[in-house]
Design a protein around this ligand. Structure first.
Ligand code: SAH
Length: 426
């Protein structure tokens, strides 16, 4: 039951019943990534948890995300966009409503970080087609930041019917194509390669996959947790506490920190800073959706394999590693150049976006009992506080002018930010 109630890997019953375990016969991969890590530790000493996590998840040859398609019925986990099309449709309406509220720029870049199987962007593209009348001649382009060649292929299949070209290092993007709805799509390794311009950024279950540093308060001050070879069993890894301060422990802990154990996702901080300065300079908004907390939790680093909680130091490269997102840290890292909203729960956000009315429309349009049952089941998965409703959080980074506009207009027409208050399309 614990497995079923797990967040990222939460599996709708209908999929669970038909579960097929992902083949894990390639234990040689596990051996070689472990070997790679142990050689590194022998050569240079214990490594940070961030380095361990980065290698295990995104090593260019052996990383978990690089090698696998871990989403969906045959994979390791399922996410909200995979559960129901309603999720992506409501986020699509959010993107368009923010574009409208920001003054309907003539060009709109939709940028997704870590698009998985491409389902979220696919649902958003459908909404863009349906709202053509609203979007008019706006030049929409799609930009996907994806580290995994394997998943970029899955996304290309989903979004273009596999009509893409790939490129070497002579372009900033490594793949491009045209969506089934006729829009240009580009794939990048890094956010900095995405062209500048008015953009709406989406990151769904992306930040939780970024490497974290772990720190422990000791009687000698803050010390970083490192990963070392277990002297009792050289084929295994163990955590050790660094004897001396590290660069990370000297720079990443906030002065007023009161917890005894802290996780800091410096890479997430750098990425949100990049989003913030682009939004401040070029206009646009970001919507970050993930499980997380507001600077209160301590030890959230965990591994999952075969739908079970898994020792984070076992089978690197074959198990998923994740940590809750610290939204208070992301907010701090955006600085004062932008305005942040949230985090608010998925339940509140989707209710504000009108999920109930959308459900009614879909239910009315189908008489098939199994389709209706599936719709109700996925609605419950997304909204139920015991399932994804309360655990997933929505956090937004907005151009400050957007909210200045909001304050001015609120007196007369009211122009709230959709999702954080009820949706109003003008
Ligand atoms: N957003 C999707 C998938 C979430 S899984 C969904 O919710 O269904 C995390 C995604 O982020 C995968 O696509 C993974 O390959 C990608 N990813 C992980 N680390 C990354 C990094 N450092 N840079 C770019 N993409 C990354």
């Amino acid at each position: 039951m614990r497995t079923l109630l797990r967040l990222k890997r939460q599996i709708p019953e209908v999929l669970w019943r038909n579960w097929t375990k992902r083949s894990c016969s390639n234990s040689s991969i596990n051996k070689s990534i472990l070997k790679h890590l142990t050689s590194k530790i022998i050569a240079t000493g214990p490594i940070s948890v961030a380095e361990y996590m980065r290698e295990a998840l995104t090593n260019p040859v052996l990383g978990y995300y690089v090698k696998n398609d871990m989403l969906g019925a045959g994979g390791d986990f399922i996410t909200s966009p995979e559960i129901s099309q309603i999720f992506g449709e409501l986020l699509g309406v959010w993107c368009i409503s923010e574009w409208m509220a920001a003054g309907k720029s003539s060009a709109l870049q939709l940028v997704e970080l870590g698009p998985g199987r491409g389902s979220l962007t696919s649902d958003i593209l459908r909404v863009c087609s349906q709202l053509k009348g609203v979007l008019g001649e706006t030049g929409i382009s799609i930009h996907l930041v994806e580290v995994s060649p394997k998943l970029s292929q899955v996304q290309a299949e989903c979004l273009t019917g596999n009509q893409t070209q790939t490129y070497n290092n002579d372009h900033t993007f490594y793949r491009s194509g045209t969506s089934c709805t006729g829009l240009p799509i580009y794939w990048y390794h890094r956010i900095e390669d995405v062209p500048r311009g008015f953009s709406i950024f989406l990151a769904h279950e992306f930040f939780d996959a970024l490497p974290i540093h772990k720190f422990q308060r000791t009687e000698n001050g803050w010390r970083e947790l490192l990963v070392d070879i277990d002297p009792e069993n050289p084929g295994k890894l163990r955590f050790v506490v660094s004897h001396r301060p590290t660069l990370a422990s000297s720079t990443l802990i906030q002065k007023d920190e009161s917890r005894r154990h802290v996780e800091v996702c410096a890479e997430g901080g750098v990425i949100v800073q990049k989003l913030a300065s682009r939004i401040a300079e070029d206009g646009g908004a970001a919507l970050i959706v993930d499980y997380g907390h507001d600077g209160t939790k301590t030890d959230t680093f965990r591994g999952f394999k075969g739908h079970q909680i898994h020792d984070v130091l076992e089978a690197p490269g074959l198990a998923d590693l994740t940590a809750d997102v610290d939204f208070s840290y992301l907010r701090k890292m955006t600085g004062d150049q932008v305005t942040c909203l949230g985090p608010i729960t998925q339940r509140s956000f989707l209710k504000n976006m009108g999920i109930d009315s959308r459900m009614q429309v879909l239910l009315r349009s189908s008489n098939d009992p199994s389709v209706r049952a599936q719709l109700i089941h996925s609605y419950d998965m997304l909204i139920n506080p015991e399932k994804m409703g309360d655990r997933f959080q929505f956090f937004s980074v907005l151009n400050t002018a957007r909210l200045a506009q909001r304050e001015q207009r609120q007196k007369s027409t009211g122009m709230p930010v959709a999702g954080f208050t009820e949706l109003e399309m003008h």
